[in-house]
Design a protein around this ligand. Structure first.
Ligand code: NI
Ligand code: MN
Length: 226
């Protein structure tokens, strides 16, 4: 299984010819590694409805027929916008796509869509190809980041480190201790001036503490999970 960083908080998980997109904000994203017109998608997992996450979801879903997973209030907006295949769990619920499952976890953040729909932000525990990936979504440091590993070992975590809108890289180190993942990919930094940070310093701090291996991906780069 491959996980490709598409820039900001957007990722593509590719497994056996299928693609799960996470938070496909591509148009208007200065770090986007692909265009919304060409990206493949079988499922789109949305953590919340802020513009830098909802992004091109509606256009990609209409072009590809991808199923979109989003918390119920956000899912309703997507249905009204003409997305045909929508799964609408709430926190704690699981979307089962057969080849992939995604369980919604809490995140400490706020969210209103560009159209004005208020929605509760979330993260996901994604199980695919025998691996478990915890994408925390946009969140501050909070103690419940420790909970997903109590149900099953976390192979890889995706964690925001840019600060300002989410935890910064220092809280990210504390988060890494709580999450107990083998590997961490940092995200949500460097896209805009308020979220500039030093990802290599985050990597050294986490690895020197022995919390996880940190993989810093440039937009367009992939990491293989074996
Ligand atoms: Ni946000
Ligand atoms: Mn964000």
């Amino acid at each position: 299984m491959e996980i490709k960083f598409l820039g900001h908080a957007a990722f593509a998980i590719e497994h056996e010819g299928k693609t799960a997109l996470i938070d496909p904000f591509l148009s208007g994203n200065p770090k986007a590694a692909v265009s919304a017109d060409e990206v493949a998608a079988d499922v789109i997992l949305l953590t919340h409805g802020h513009g830098d996450h909802l992004g091109d979801t509606v256009a990609i879903a209409k072009r590809t027929g991808a199923t979109v997973v989003a918390i119920v209030e956000l899912a309703e907006e997507l249905k009204e916008d003409g997305v045909e295949n929508v799964i609408d769990p709430n926190i704690g619920g699981t979307a089962d796509l057969g080849w992939l499952t995604a369980r919604m976890t809490p995140a400490w953040h706020t969210s209103t869509t560009p159209k004005g729909t208020v929605n509760t932000p979330a993260g996901y525990v994604i199980e695919v190809g025998g691996k478990r990936i915890y994408n925390t979504g946009d969140t501050a440091l909070f103690s419940d980041l420790a909970l997903p590993s109590k149900r099953g070992h976390i192979d890889l975590a995706i964690l925001p480190i840019g600060g300002h809108y989410t935890m910064d890289r220092f809280d990210g180190v504390a988060a890494a201790e709580l999450i107990k993942a083998d590997q961490i990919i940092p995200a949500h930094y460097g896209t805009f001036p308020p979220i500039e940070t030093d990802a290599q310093a985050f990597k050294s701090d986490v690895q020197n503490a022995g919390y996880a291996e940190v993989i810093v991906l440039e937009p367009g780069e992939s990491h293989t999970l074996r």
